[in-house]
Design a protein around this ligand. Structure first.
Ligand SMILES: [Zn+2]
Length: 103
């Protein structure tokens, strides 16, 4: 019994390093801006944010920051800004093997 939970913990550690196993379907965060806090969320394929910039542009510094924080943990349709994700990957390595280190 105890050895099986130890095995699960070890597997969880490995999974935690392999972030591309995880894709957010929806999320909601409290984003602490310089002057105010904002509710930033992603649901049903759409971002939203309570800041004044968002309604006009459909994106804002908060959604863009979340895209950077979560990167490949977001579904492609959530990545509205086409920043260079290749900078996150190790040159020439397949998508699923990048940034993995086993300690
Ligand atoms: Zn915002």
């Amino acid at each position: 019994m105890q050895s099986s939970i130890i095995g699960k913990i070890e597997k969880a550690k490995r999974y935690a390093e392999e972030k591309d196993r995880v894709t957010f379907c929806e999320l909601a965060v409290k984003f602490r801006g310089e002057n105010n806090d904002y509710d930033t969320s992603y649901k049903d394929g759409k971002w939203s944010c309570t800041c004044s910039f968002f309604p006009k542009w459909g994106l804002c510094v908060h959604t863009m920051a979340m895209e950077r924080i979560l990167a490949n943990m977001l579904p492609p349709e959530a990545r509205t800004t086409q920043y260079d994700v290749s900078s996150l990957s190790t040159e020439g390595e397949p998508y699923s093997r990048r940034n993995l280190s086993y300690r």
